[in-house]
Ligand binder design. Structure first.
Ligand SMILES: *Cc1c(COP(=O)(O)O)cnc(C)c1O
Length: 248
């Protein structure tokens, strides 16, 4: 084993233990919370190591980087994939430019960061085109990103608009409304922010019982997110180390 492999294996083990303890403390079944490794800014060789360690889903935040990495990992693992369970699924977790929708619909299984009507429309058109072209076989799953501080510049849908946008996403051709996502504001109390998110999710589930996914929690706050019902923690730093500053 190379040093990098040893280091990532031990970090993955620690994060899995941490997540297990968080689930136990919240009295939740650990099988209900997905650990999504975030590989942005790290080379495909790291994704390959995580793949060898059993990971099959990865989070990325930039279209160009992700589409290249997805293609490279598919090529690296082509000879080893013996069943559909070995197929890799990629999650777009960063903010999405509408002009990138068509590309994202080629490589992403899930988009976590849908935050407005124009983006819903663009992703719907893109997914329909990708399905028609045989570039994907399933609808694009989307999560609405909820804004937990009322600053429109930071991305996300304000809570009062979530319901209407859920209706639009659920009705959009080529898309499946899978749930909600949020990143707590830097200066906010994550406990209060995740409580608001959980309450918003409960409202959405009344009308959309299949929108069960709640993408919340990162390296710094995964325990708090698990306590508030997260079903998917997006973890980068704790697995792969720190990224260049100002990464998003
Ligand atoms: C980069 C990123 C993460 C990973 O954050 P870490 O603190 O490194 O675990 C999670 N979610 C989003 C939306 C990100 O952009």
């Amino acid at each position: 084993m190379t040093d990098r492999r040893t280091r990532i294996a031990s970090a993955l083990e620690s994060v899995r233990e941490r997540l297990g303890r968080a689930c136990a403390a919240a009295d939740r079944d650990p099988g209900t919370v997905q650990l999504l490794p975030v590989t942005k800014f790290f080379p495909v060789s790291d994704a390959r190591i995580l793949y060898d360690l059993g990971c099959r889903e990865f989070g990325e935040s930039r279209d160009q980087e992700a589409s290249a990495k997805a293609a490279d990992l598919a090529e690296l693992t082509a000879g080893e994939r013996t069943s559909a369970a070995d197929d890799v699924r990629w999650h777009m977790i960063g903010s999405v430019q509408r002009k990138k929708a068509r590309s994202i619909a080629r490589w992403a299984d899930v988009v976590h960061s849908v935050d407005g009507e124009p983006l819903v429309a663009a992703l719907s058109r893109a997914a329909v085109a990708a399905l028609g072209a045989g570039e994907r076989s399933e609808p694009l799953r989307v999560l609405l990103q909820v804004s937990l501080d009322d600053d429109p510049k930071r991305g996300g849908v304000p809570v009062p608009e979530v319901r209407r946008l859920c209706e639009l996403a659920a009705a959009a051709e080529g898309l499946t409304l899978a749930g909600l996502m949020a990143v707590p504001p830097l200066d906010a109390d994550p406990d209060a922010a995740f409580a608001t998110l959980a309450a918003t999710h409960r409202d959405v589930l009344r009308d959309h019982p299949d929108a069960r996914m709640l993408s919340a929690g990162m390296t710094a706050d995964l325990e708090i997110a698990v306590r508030h019902g997260s079903t998917c923690v997006r973890v980068g730093t704790a697995l792969l180390g720190s990224r260049p500053i100002a990464s998003k």
